[in-house]
Design a protein. Structure first.
Length: 431
């Protein structure tokens, strides 16, 4: 970073530290102070991150200036000096943002843009969630007011780091499984603490059975409580069926069970129609129980049995076949993700030069790359966009596709979005 950029960047961030301190937000002050430390770090993606943060800082100072000037004008008080001082602050902050943006554009180091965008998307997602929800959606806020901003910054850095790791195709499958397992572990650890009576670790202070089918079945039974189904729908819009391979807290278990077997065995043909029938039955029973006035204990018992059977399927069928049987055959949300996820344009495509060696078939634990799928040149309905086949293809014939983007750009864009969603989901408190 050049001396001119530093001279503009550091004071701009210190002004924002002072503003957060004046607003009695020590967590916010930490956020901007940490951004200052980022500015003098050797991280290659820092210029993209700082350009975004200082761009937001410019907007923030502009909004503050406008509000204060309007307030003074309404009270018939002097306002020109105030406008001049804050105008200078805005100018310095904007210049710093532009200098960092220019430096970022000139950085030829591979992956810096992807890492910087992962940082910014994570910070933006968590900041919006924190500001727009009535609950303390970030866990640390429940113990120390405004401390959620510390979580926001740290998870932004975590997302940038993970994005850099996943950029290497040969490593992305390993890192996807690792961060997925981390997410599931954090989820169930917080649930465990809630069961012990530490209600602050639960978003609403009320326990819910951690069964994915209840994301849709719960609202059908209760007639309300649509938060999770809305969240599920948003992820389908952003990343299609990738919910099932990156964000589902139970799916990580099925992945671990299936990974115990080298290679995969195809599931019987009857499992496909059975999957549809089971999905309809689960949702029909949930709706009927809710409308018929049955005691809640019956619904809880049936849901618990359904969840236990799912775990048994993982430990037996998934382990024996190497296919994620729970996710591809038993879970109703998996079917909904496969169907409605097609609204999203992300796809896995097979290049025309494919030699049909079948290696991808032995890698895909979702059973989405059977011989017929390879012949058609695209992954089947069960594809969850996990990308393991891309990592495992020795010939480089499998790619992410998105309209208007080249193969490498599409993959980089997908990594940015899915890693940011992972970091955001990791940061919010659990139901």
């Amino acid at each position: 970073m050049t001396m001119v950029t530093i001279v503009l960047t550091i004071p701009s961030l210190l002004f924002l530290v002072a503003h957060a301190s004046r607003a009695s937000s020590p967590g916010g002050a930490f956020f901007w102070l940490a951004a200052g430390i980022l500015a003098i770090s050797p991280l290659p993606w820092k210029s993209w991150a700082l350009a975004g943060l200082l761009g937001f800082g410019t907007w923030l100072w502009s909004d503050i200036t406008l509000s204060l000037v309007q307030h003074r004008m309404a009270l018939d008080l002097p306002w020109l000096r105030l406008a001049a001082i804050l105008g200078a602050v805005i100018a310095v902050c904007l210049a710093a943002a532009l200098m960092n943006f220019g430096r970022a554009c000139g950085n030829s180091r591979s992956g810096s843009l992807v890492q910087g965008l992962a940082f910014l998307f994570t910070v933006a997602g968590l900041a919006i969630a924190r500001q727009k929800t009535s609950l303390d959606i970030l866990l640390l806020d429940r113990f120390f007011p405004s401390a959620g901003w510390i979580v926001v910054f740290l998870l932004g850095c975590y997302a940038a780091w993970i994005a850099g790791k996943m950029l290497r195709p040969e490593d992305s499958a390993k890192w996807r499984r690792t961060i997925w397992a981390i997410f599931s572990s954090v989820f169930f650890f917080q649930l465990f603490l809630g069961l012990l009576g530490f209600e602050r670790f639960l978003m609403t202070g009320k326990l819910h059975l951690p069964i994915p089918a209840l994301i849709a079945a719960g609202p059908l039974y209760r007639g309300d409580g649509f938060f999770m189904i809305i969240l599920f729908a948003v992820t389908l819009i952003l990343v299609g069926p990738a919910w099932c391979s990156h964000l589902c807290y139970i799916g990580a278990w099925d992945n671990l069970a299936a990974a115990g077997k080298k290679g995969v065995l195809p599931l019987p043909g009857w499992t496909r129609p059975a999957r549809w029938l089971l999905c309809l039955m689960v949702f029909a029973v949930a709706a009927l129980l809710g409308r018929s006035g049955q005691p809640p204990g019956l619904a809880i018992a049936l849901a618990s049995i359904f969840g236990v059977v799912g775990v048994v399927i993982m430990l037996t069928w998934s382990r024996r076949t190497g296919t994620m049987t729970h996710c591809t055959t038993y879970c109703p949300m998996g079917l909904l993700a496969d169907i409605f996820g097609k609204i999203n344009p992300w796809r896995i495509r097979i290049g025309s030069g494919c030699c049909k060696c079948g290696i991808c078939t032995s890698i895909c634990r979702y059973g989405a790359l059977a011989a017929l799928d390879i012949e058609r040149g695209r992954a089947g309905l069960c594809c969850s966009l996990c990308g393991d086949c891309i990592s495992g293809c020795p010939h480089g014939h499998l790619h992410y596709r998105f309209p208007g983007l080249g193969n490498d750009t599409a993959r980089s864009a997908f990594i940015v979005v899915i890693v940011a969603l992972h970091a955001v989901f990791l940061g919010v408190a659990r139901l």
